[in-house]
Design a protein around this ligand. Sequence first.
Ligand code: GDP
Length: 296
Amino acid sequence: MVLAELGGRITCAIRKMNNVTIIDEKSLNECLNEITRALLQSDVSFPLVKNMQTNIKNIVNLQDLAVGHNKRKIIEQAIFSELCKMLDPGKPVFNPKKTKPSVVMFVGLQGSGKTTTCTKYAYHHQKKGFKPALVCADTFRAGAFDQLKQNATKAKIPFYGSYTESDPVKIAVEGVDRFKKENCDLIIVDTSGRHKQEASLFEEMRQVAEATKPDLVIFVMDSSIGQAAFDQAQAFKQSVSVGAVIITKMDGHAKGGGALSAVAATKSPIIFIGTGEHMDEFEVFEAKPFVSRLLG
Ligand code: GDP
């Protein structure tokens, strides 16, 4: 199953209940089983899905609902609120402060939108009065430094990188040190990606993290990656201590079902979504509109 269908399948399961005359235990179970299957096939973890099912059954106590209650509405609302809850891992996210320099490291596969998102994140904080800086520790992709440089220049954000140095750890450390000396309060380290999950990439991420000691590691994920979401997010989480997720390309067709898997795999909240190629096409993540879209 393609993840983009997750929302569609859940919506379909809810709509099926509109075709039954009486909503009883059987039709509710059928609906919840279909949602459970869809979530499990989207690699959302079993305990999470099981928990959701139990919670919905507790909220929707069919026997206790008096005649006249709109059972469909109550079930729909319970499913909606449980999906919102699944997007909240209940863990506070690190927030940079202007009083102390913070290092934020970005990780993700090549093409996920990592470099673009680094600048968007920097620009967002610059507008809030931060003094951000960008470090290009991606020595793998030809043109990565030029891209970061171009974005940074457009946003008037200081940047650091090298055309000749091939050791990403060295560049990352030099960049972080330099910007700490220059009193930047938000130092953003962009790292390499690969087309697929590879041991060498994760080793590199581990080394960059060890050397720069980031306050926050952000995992960037393309909303359209489909079923690979859980594995990909988990692979990064196992190498570096991911503390937040950003989902990109939400302006495309993808409904973002993979977000549930990314949260489950990293046990970290989604903090922003990317909604276009431009610097300001970036929004603070909010669960309710996200779930509405997922089910829409
Ligand atoms: P990286 O390889 O992960 O660093 O990815 P890039 O930042 O180079 O982005 C890859 C492509 O995705 C570029 O063409 C970006 O303009 C595009 N991109 C990044 N974020 C978004 C987004 O939120 N929406 C859209 N439509 N495109 C995006």
